[in-house]
Design a protein around this ligand. Structure first.
Ligand code: GTR
Length: 322
């Protein structure tokens, strides 16, 4: 089995290394299942790309972690073994420091505020920051707001004290959980369900569509609407591929990515509603909480993670967006 996987990777690398690209099927990785809005949006992007290039370019979407967990797909895209990746901003926090800002807790005042920031020049500036790290940021997809959940009810930070809470592989996310007095457990998405069902972890944090999709709701039946971060999803392309493309093809790919985002947003809103209905019917208690004590406990993270003057300025500019 391992041998076969090795051969597949070797073939992918050979394909990636084969000179200037005038058109081919591009491989894109997503951790989510086939019917998830991010994956559907990538399929839509592939259609746009094929139509607009007269069939020269197309996308093959490898969903459900077929090309690895998110951190692995980032590394593989950097070396050109995967062409495109759809990943949350959090796993980029160490590689691309600018991604820390839109991941900060309680930064955005609402989803609308997040859209206004990320659809505008600040969002573009953060996408441009990927280029120094072997990737080219193309577009953002929605990810709603992330909240904490556990088998225990969470009303205030003290309810999380001592609990082992899974977080994404990001020092900022680990610190968010520590700030609440809980013990962070950084794990890849694909390992969370078994962690919860085996009792190795006591809870996690995510948006409702992922909480539902990954089956976390079966073990963690209390979902507290802390909505502590709205870090969106990002779509990025390998710079190894990018540098072989003509400016026209670069523009084509960038535009197809951007044009897939509005439909994704609609599918996202529908999915938030349907996932919430399903988990509620299955017995989840979706509960509102007073967010103020959570925000207060996490406030020192701004000075710690956005201490750099450029990041501090970025935070200030995000907050100034009406
Ligand atoms: C989801 C996100 C994934 C991944 C996952 C996680 O909401 O769409 O890209 O980041 O969360 O928690 O690992």
């Amino acid at each position: 089995m391992l041998g076969r996987i090795g051969i597949v990777w070797a073939l992918l690398l050979v394909a990636a290394a084969s000179g200037p690209a005038f058109g081919r099927e591009l491989r894109v990785a997503d951790t989510h299942a086939e019917d998830y809005p991010t994956v559907q949006a990538l399929v839509h992007m592939g259609k746009l790309l094929a139509e607009r290039s007269g069939g020269r370019w197309s996308l093959k979407v490898f969903h459900s972690r077929q090309l690895g967990e998110e951190k692995e797909t980032i590394r593989r895209a950097q070396v050109g073994a995967i062409d495109l990746i759809r990943v949350n901003l959090a796993p980029f926090n160490e590689l691309v420091p600018e991604t820390i800002v839109p991941s900060l807790p309680f930064l955005f005042r609402s989803v609308d505020h997040m859209h206004r920031v990320m659809d505008g020049p600040i969002g573009a500036e953060i996408l441009a920051a990927f280029e120094k790290h072997g990737l080219v940021g193309l577009a953002y997809y929605d990810s709603g707001a992330r909240s904490f959940y556990s088998y225990r009810q969470i009303r205030r930070p003290a309810d999380l004290a001592g609990l082992r809470i899974r977080v994404q592989q990001s020092p900022l996310f680990m610190a968010m959980v520590e700030a609440l007095g809980a013990a962070p457990v950084p794990l890849a998405y694909g390992q969370v369900e078994v962690g919860l069902s085996s009792g190795a972890i006591d809870g996690a944090e995510n948006n409702i569509p992922s909480y539902h999709e990954a089956g976390h709701y079966r073990a963690a039946t209390h979902y507290a609407l802390t909505e502590h971060t709205m870090a969106p999803e990002v779509l990025a392309v390998s710079k190894v591929l990018w540098d072989t493309l003509s400016p026209e093809d670069q523009a084509l790919i960038r535009k197809a990515a951007r044009d897939s985002a509005p439909l994704m947003r609609r599918w996202w809103d529908e999915r938030e509603d349907s996932a919430r209905t399903i988990v509620t019917r299955a017995g989840t208690m979706v509960e509102t909480v007073d967010k103020a004590p959570f925000a207060q406990a996490m406030r020192p993270l701004y000075d710690r993670f956005a201490a750099d003057p450029a990041l501090k300025d970025l935070v200030r500019r995000v907050q100034a967006v009406e």
